[in-house]
Each structure stands twice: as C-alpha cells, then as structure tokens.
Design a protein around this ligand. Structure first.
Ligand code: IPE
Ligand code: IPE
Ligand code: MG
Length: 261
C-alpha cells in the first residue's frame, strides 16, 4: 500500500477511530457535484470531474483503515433522465476514471465490483469495467463496489421475478420464501449489509439506494458537496458512527449486557 503522508488535523481524527469497531461495509451517496460547479460558475460536468479526487480519497482511506466493502452510488437508474449531454459526459468520465484509477486499485489492493443494470451501459464502458473487475479480482484488501445504473427498486423487482420464476417451475414452495432466500436473490447478495450510509450535499434522502440493505444502517448526512469530501470527512463519519448505540430493536440495557458478554 502506498504510504500517505497525513496532515495534523487528519492524524488527530484518524487516531480517534477505533479500528476494532469499524463498520465492515460503508456505502456513500456521492451528491452535490452540480451545485459545486454552479457555485464556481461552471457547467455541471466540471463538478463531476472534480468528484473523482473524492472517490480516490475515500477509497484509499477506507482501504487503509481496514474497511472491507465500500459501495459508491455513481449513477442511478433515474440519472438516465438527465440531459443527454450530461449523461454522455458522465459515461465518458466513468471510463476515464476506471482507466486512470486502475493504478490506485493495484496500489491499494482493491478489488473492483459493480452493481446495477450493467447491460444498459454503452458497450465500451461495460468492457472497460469488466476488464478492470477481472484484473483486480484477486485483491483482498477491500471491495470497491460501484453502483452504476442502479436503483434499489429495480434490484428488488429483479429478485421478485426470480423468485416467482422458481415458484412457477415448482423449484420453490412459496412457504419457503423468507428473508434469507430473498437476500440471496439480490444482486448484492455476496456483500454484507452496510452498517453506515453516508450522503453528502446536505440532502436528507436515500434516492432509491440499497433500500433493503440499509434496514438497520446508521445514516450520516454531511453538508459537504461531494467534490469537497476528503478523507477527514470520512474519518468524522466513522467517529460519529462509533459513538452511536446500535440497538436493533432491543433496549439499551440488553445491548449493554450483551456487550459485556
Ligand atoms: C452527484 O452529483 C453525481 C450524480 C448523481 C451522478 P449531482 O450531479 O447530483 O449534483 P447536484 O446534486 O445536482 O448538485
Ligand atoms: C443520487 O443523487 C444518485 C447518485 C448520487 C448517483 P441524485 O442527485 O440523482 O438524487 P436526487 O435526484 O437529488 O434525489
Ligand atoms: Mg444530486
């Protein structure tokens, strides 16, 4: 792993993170690129380009800390409805970023994965993505999961269809449908549910992201616009997460007792 030389504020924040209590899986809704560009009198794609550094910082910082899964919401199903020029620019940026940041993946031993309706992507993007996924498949430091052309309702409907087909073919008794089976039919089935979901840009919504999987995730909303998001911001989110009591429906007393073992 490439050593990163930290600044003073970063050291103190990083030191406050208890590495024994890290979430295994962090998911981020990277929002605010357009507003970041507008504030500078630029076109929206200028903001998207500047968001790449934040992606790199978040991935490197998460891998260094020992987070095992980082899912980044890069492009939603609904984002296809944006002006064509913006969609095209985002697609171009996606290939460029995957291409240029392959080095970051190798240096940090990060395995690239993708979730979403990948068949809807232009061919060359699909190919580039798959090449990098194959090239990094042996790394085990962290999975970086890009959600591209992803929406949670799309994923859920896909799972429901699969279950209905199995029932129709009499491979499944509807009475056997439970949470475990449903989970297995989701495209995210190989990853644990995220314990922490971060959204940038001061918006308080989920925008069709991992609805099933975040049932018990801690939500963290950052006012920072995505291109301004730095590793310190990830550290702050993790410190905040570690200060919370996760009760899963139980009482504080029960949770404290089980912590004492
Ligand atoms: C997030 O930034 C990137 C994508 C959704 C692709 P936005 O483009 O949504 O920026 P804002 O929210 O309009 O500022
Ligand atoms: C969510 O951001 C999708 C991604 C970050 C890829 P949007 O900007 O598309 O969400 P809304 O439209 O503000 O809910
Ligand atoms: Mg947005």
């Amino acid at each position: 792993m490439i050593p990163h030389t930290p600044g003073a504020s970063e050291v103190s924040l990083k030191d406050r993170i208890n590495t024994d209590l890290l979430p295994k899986h962090v998911a981020i809704i990277m929002d605010g690129n357009g507003r970041w560009a507008r504030m500078r009198g630029k076109v929206r794609t200028y903001g998207h380009r500047h968001g790449v550094r934040s992606v790199r910082e978040a991935a490197e910082a998460a891998a260094e800390l020992g987070i095992k899964y980082l899912t980044l919401y890069a492009f939603s199903t609904e984002n296809w409805k944006r002006p064509r020029a913006e969609v095209n620019a985002l697609m171009r940026l996606l290939v460029q970023t995957i291409h240029r940041e392959t080095k970051t993946l190798h240096e940090n031993r990060i395995r690239l994965k993708a979730i979403g309706d990948l068949d809807s992507l232009p061919d060359h993007i699909y190919r580039e993505l798959n090449d990098t996924i194959r090239e990094t498949a042996h790394y085990e430091q962290m999975d970086l999961i890009l959600a591209i052309s992803y929406s949670s309702r799309w994923e859920i409907i896909k799972a429901v269809r699969q279950i209905a087909e199995m029932a129709k073919d009499q491979k499944l008794d509807p009475r056997d449908i439970d949470q475990q089976l449903f989970r297995k039919c989701l495209i995210t089935s190989e990853f644990p549910d995220p314990e922490l979901l971060i959204r940038t840009s001061g918006e308080y919504r989920i925008s069709n992201f991992l609805l099933w999987q975040i049932a018990y995730a801690e939500l963290y909303f950052s006012p920072k616009l995505w291109p301004d998001f730095r590793r310190e911001d990830l550290y702050e989110a993790l410190i905040d997460f570690q200060g919370r009591e996760r009760r899963f429906g139980k009482t504080t007393e029960q949770v404290k007792t089980s912590c004492r073992g």
